[in-house]
Design a protein around this ligand. Structure first.
Ligand SMILES: [Zn+2]
Ligand SMILES: [Zn+2]
Length: 76
């Protein structure tokens, strides 16, 4: 019998709850969590971070293209 897995939530305090079988597994970061931390937003999922980063980059690119247009307009 393998030892009972502990929730892999890494917060201010380590979670010591046992993981939920199957539903406790996060497919995004392939870690296992307890019932309190199984949702991506509850364990600050690495995948969520990627999504946020992608949105951030997209927004940044948009702002930069807008700025380029604005500076072109300023030159004319
Ligand atoms: Zn937990
Ligand atoms: Zn996750």
């Amino acid at each position: 019998m393998p030892a009972k897995k502990r929730c892999q939530f890494q917060g201010d305090q380590k979670c010591t709850s046992a993981v939920l079988r199957i539903v406790g597994h996060c497919p995004h970061c392939s870690a296992d969590f307890c019932g309190n931390h199984r949702l991506p937003e509850h364990h600050s999922c690495a995948h969520m971070e990627d999504c946020r980063q992608q949105a951030f980059n997209k927004n940044k690119a948009k702002l930069e293209s807008e700025r380029t247009v604005a500076s072109k307009m300023a030159m004319t």
